[in-house]
Design a protein around this ligand. Sequence first.
Ligand code: PAF
Length: 279
Amino acid sequence: MNVYVAPAEMRTAVLSARTGNRTVGFVPTMGALHAGHLSLVDAARAECDVVAASIFVNPTQFAPHEDLDAYPRPLERDLQLLQEHGCDLVFTPSAEMMYPAGAETSIDVGAVALPWEGAERPTHFAGVATVVMKLFQIAPATHAYFGHKDYQQTLVVRRMVADLNVPIEIRVCPIVRDDNGLALSSRNAYLSPDERQQALALSQALRLAEQAHASGQRSAAALRQIIRDHLAAAGLSPDYVAIVADGTVQEVEHIGGPVVAALAVRVGQTRLIDNCRIG
Ligand code: PAF
């Protein structure tokens, strides 16, 4: 596994990996890798000739009140895990290399970035879209892998790739959960044992909504209420609970096709998101 710090060197390595029509699968991450990230590496390994990843804690997607410095950075462990999962090329730049003095360009993907996470953290998705676009230039792969847990982020990336004609296939992989159903997230590390227990209500609430749908319930308002009631019973009050047409952030009232139930909940000081596809 080769590790690159300089953008130009990573780009040369990816371009040379693509010779002879070989495919390169790219997994952008902020490090602190867990089984969710590694499932993306595994998917890239299964589908592509060469696997590339990046580890970069992107400052521009953090809000001023979020503690960028406290974000975990276990670089050696992350590199070890990437190697064990068959990654070939890793990009680990510094913030100065990604954002040299004078950098000002930012990507606004429009409406898809406005609700939910965008409402809570107004500059977040411009930061995500801009860094992902930069990473796609530095690592011009054939495929890129993202997790469904960050459902809105996947819509932002797809919008940007379509609108800016970026020649890359976006793959979205299923959420990875622990044995109790908690969606894996780097933020779970901030939960106390009690909060971790309380956080199980998120996936339980989504499962109850799924079951109600399977029993014939087609009212989105009823599913939202089932989710809210379960969260309330666990002492949690959500930032949002939404039932949207799959692939969009458009709320539906009657469920006539595949939808996504998405929610964000603060458990203690930690804001968690989760979602599931229904129907
Ligand atoms: O999902 C993440 O870890 C980040 O938002 C990403 C896509 C690596 C951009 O910094």
